[in-house]
Every structure is written in structure tokens, then in C-alpha cells.
Design a protein around this ligand. Structure first.
Ligand code: BG6
Length: 458
């Protein structure tokens, strides 16, 4: 879709899986914020099979926003007034006839599939049969497919109902200001770009640490594992922003082209580049198979075969039940010539903190007091938030989707490239045990040892 074309704003929101976890934790709070900003036009229709009525649904919305950020005295009454609820089975045509009725005069609804991937096909088909897909957009949650063949098959099913310009594959990491800021900071400042290549960068590491385990998501997580849950999507998106070339323009497709180009240069993973772990106690989680080999931790080494990055390893690790919750990128620079001391100089690096408050830091070395030319490590830290208008990732993405803006959504070719990279390492049985509260299996340290080890976020 050409960026200059004025697109219609969605005049209704329909979300499937309305009584589920995602709606409770993310969608209601975001809708409340959008309502406050005047960004909700038309009805907001929740669909689920829970045997609920509208009052129960409204009570759920209230509970959700109370628990996640609080009730907004302006936004919440607006949202409440717009809420509608359709109860029914996704296989039943009557459910969709009721959705159609609830849509009223809306001509450009947005359908949000916050449901398990196995239900995507049936809901898409029913949307088409009931006429609710016409003039509409669709938002599809991750993981988009289960591997490359299933993602390709799902793309076909989606395209049977929606044109690509109306498809919004959501990955909430792309809605994080800190993830967008990686691109901004790289290309809005002239000092970083000249050294952002294999001449100066020795290695890059991306860590997504989570202190909590799989909590009450045992059956979802056990069928998925860390690679599908966060690496194929969130962390490859972060890697794309770190490694991409400057886009020729800021048009939607220019940015998306550059992110896809990075993935096209990434070699598919090999078994020797991967360490998998499972935390002790995981097998006792409700919903998890007693003999499960699903990974709750993964560390891997990726190679980007491009002029900019050839020879620079990219290490990615992610895990549950680690010592803390933090997502961080560290690009380690090649060491300077050590003229000041015989000791190895402390690392020079650039660090982007992705979770929580944004931090960008440059690891450097300065002279300590005293008459000797000895150094100590310091960080030059930028931790100032300059926007007054912080949005929740889902709020931003849902607002963008309603406006038809696909900038921060994964394109068809992107998801397929991402699966191509991880496909060879999916569903393998070799997982090493690790204790909760540690940094994962010992083998993960060996993977990165030649490059000075992991920088553990603090
Ligand atoms: C979700 C994963 O997509 O992202 C979860 O399914 C993970 O397992 C979550 O905990 C992390 O998101 P954030 O924004 O809290 O880093």
C-alpha cells in the first residue's frame, strides 16, 4: 500500500478470545487508553465461548483495567459504553451472524484474533462467509504458525480472506519505544554509524532474561518452547533493528524491507550453535507433559552474512526462571591497542536496555586518580526519556492497525524468513537442566567463551 494513500480508520473493533488472558492483561488496558485519546470509533465487540452476558463482560473489563494501570475516569466510561459481547462457538455460523449484527453500520471493522493459533483458520473462514471480512483488517497474534511450512500455509489461509495490506501480524516488541529507539538512535546520530560494522564491532549479544517461570501457561508453553515463544519473533525483531541498513526513506515498506533484508542474510541455525535448557521444577507445572523436552532456556549463535556483519557473531539467549527480568543488547567493540597497561583493557561496548526504562550506555575506560596511567571501566549513560506521551505497546500497535499503518507489524516474507532461520533447531530433545535463579546451563557459557562471556544484565 502506498504510504501517501489516505486509509480509512477502523470504525469498529472485534476481538476474539475476549475472556482470555491476553485480553485481560493487554487488550482492555490498551482500549481504555485509546478511548481516552478519542481513538475508538464505533462498537468494541468481544467474542468468546464462556457463557457470559454483557454485564459479566463489562465486569471483566473493569477488573482488567483496575489490575493493569487503574481505571481512567475519562477513558473507561467511553470504553464501557462501546462494549458489546457475543457469546458463541467459533465453528458456529450463528456466532458470526451475531458479530455481523453487532457491527451495525461499521464498514471497516478490525478483527483481532487473540486466540490459540489452531483456531485462526476457522475464524478467518467464518469471517469471510458472514461478510464481516469485507473492508476489514485483521490482527493476528504470534506465534504466526509453528514452523516454516505451517506459517506458509497460514499465510495462504489468511490471504484467502484478507489482502496483505489488511493483515497485521502483531509482535508487541515492535511497539516498544525502546525497540524503535534502536533504529532511531542508530540513524539519528552520526557518531555510531561509522563504527557499526565488523571493523569495530567484535560481537553482539541479546539477552532476554525473565525471573518468573511459565506460571499458569504450562500447556501453551509446553507446546511452544523458548525459540517459538520469544526468539523467532521478539528477539529476531530486535536483531533486525540492531543490524539493518539505513532505510532509503521512512516509508512503511522501506523500513519493513530493511528488516527482511537482515533476516535474508542470516544463515539457518545449526545444532552446534544452540544450547537448550529446562529449569528444575518445570515438569511439575500443570499442563506440562511429565517427560517434556521443551526448552525454557535457549542460547544461540547466529551469523549474518552481509558486508556489514560478516564474521561478527550475534549471540541470543532467552530464558525463564533466570536471576532477574531484563532484556538487553550489548555490542562489544574490538579492543583498542593496549598502550596504557599490560593488563587486558576493560571492554568497550554499546548497551541498549529494551525492557523497563530506556537506557543506552557506552562502556568505556577512564584513567583512575594517581600517578600511573591505569584505567577503570565506566559507563556513559543516557537514561532520559524525552517523550511525554508514553504509550503501551499494545495501545500503539492497535492504534496503528486501526489507522492501517503496518510499519511495526511483521510482513508475510518477514515471518517466513524468521522461521527459516530457526526451523532446523525446533523440537530437538537435548535439553540440559538448570536451577531456577541461575543463568542457565553451563554449556551456554562455553558457546560465547571465545568472545569474553555473557554480559549479565544487572
Ligand atoms: C510474550 C511471551 O510474547 O512476551 C512471554 O509469550 C513473555 O512468554 C513476554 O514473558 C515478554 O514480554 P515483555 O514485554 O514483558 O518483555
Amino acid at each position: 500500500m502506498a504510504d501517501s494513500v489516505e486509509l480509512p480508520y477502523s470504525d469498529a473493533v472485534v476481538f476474539f478470545g475476549a475472556t482470555g488472558d491476553l485480553a485481560y492483561k493487554q487488550i482492555f488496558p490498551s482500549l481504555q487508553k485509546l478511548a481516552k485519546r478519542g481513538k475508538l470509533a464505533g462498537p468494541v465487540i468481544g467474542v468468546a465461548k464462556a457463557g457470559w452476558n454483557l454485564d459479566q463482560f463489562k465486569a471483566r473489563a473493569e477488573d482488567s483495567v483496575k489490575t493493569h494501570g487503574g481505571i481512567d475516569p475519562v477513558g473507561f466510561p467511553i470504553l464501557l459504553d462501546k462494549l458489546r459481547y457475543v457469546d458463541g462457538d467459533y465453528k458456529d455460523a450463528q456466532t458470526f451472524a451475531n458479530v455481523r449484527k453487532a457491527l451495525g453500520d461499521a464498514k471497516h471493522p478490525i478483527h483481532y484474533l487473540a486466540i490459540p493459533p489452531v483456531l485462526f483458520g476457522v475464524v478467518l473462514e467464518q469471517l469471510k462467509l458472514s461478510g464481516s471480512s469485507q473492508g476489514a483488517r485483521v490482527v493476528i497474534e504470534k506465534p504466526f504458525g509453528n514452523n516454516l511450512p505451517s506459517a506458509m500455509a497460514l499465510n495462504k489461509v489468511v490471504h484467502d480472506v484478507f489482502a496483505e495490506e489488511d493483515v497485521f501480524r502483531i509482535d508487541h516488541y515492535l511497539g516498544k519505544n525502546t525497540v524503535q529507539n534502536v533504529i532511531f538512535f542508530r540513524f539519528a546520530n552520526s557518531f555510531l554509524e561509522p563504527i557499526w560494522n565488523s571493523l569495530y564491532v567484535e560481537s553482539v549479544q541479546i539477552t532476554m532474561a525473565e525471573q518468573f517461570g511459565v506460571q499458569d501457561r504450562g500447556s501453551f508453553y509446553d507446546a511452544v518452547g523458548t525459540v517459538r515463544d520469544v526468539v523467532q519473533n521478539h528477539l529476531l525483531q530486535v536483531l533486525s533493528n540492531i543490524a539493518m541498513e539505513p532505510p532509503p526513506t521512512l516509508s512503511i515498506e522501506s523500513l519493513r524491507d530493511e528488516r527482511v533484508k537482515v533476516l535474508k542474510s542470516v544463515q539457518p541455525l545449526n545444532e552446534e550453535d544452540v544450547v537448550r535448557g529446562q529449569y528444575a521444577g518445570y515438569l511439575e507445572t500443570p499442563g506440562v507433559k511429565k517427560d517434556s523436552k521443551t526448552e525454557t532456556y535457549v542460547a544461540l549463535r547466529l551469523a549474518i552474512n552481509s558486508w556489514r556483519w560478516r564474521g561478527v557473531p550475534f549471540f541470543v539467549r532467552a530464558g525463564k526462571s533466570l536471576p532477574l527480568t531484563e532484556t538487553e543488547v550489548v555490542a562489544k567493540l574490538r579492543p583498542p591497542c593496549p598502550i596504557f597497561s599490560a593488563e587486558a583493557p576493560p571492554a568497550n561496548y554499546v548497551r541498549f536496555r529494551i525492557s523497563g526504562e530506556p537506557v543506552i550506555a557506552i562502556g568505556a575506560s577512564i584513567k583512575t586518580a594517581g600517578d600511573q596511567l591505569r584505567g577503570c571501566p565506566i559507563e556513559l549513560v543516557a537514561d532520559q526519556e524525552c517523550g511525554e506521551d508514553e504509550m503501551l505497546p499494545y495501545e500503539e500497535l492497535l492504534g496503528d492497525a486501526m489507522a492501517g499503518n503496518q510499519t511495526w507489524f511483521a510482513r508475510e516474507d518477514y515471518v517466513e524468513e524468521a522461521w527459516r532461520i530457526v526451523d532446523p533447531i525446533l523440537d530437538k530433545p537435548n535439553v540440559s537442566a538448570y536451577q531456577p535463579g541461575t543463568w542457565g546451563p553451563a554449556e551456554a557459557a562455553k558457546l560465547i567463551a571465545p568472545y569474553g562471556g555473557w554480559f549479565d544484565p544487572k
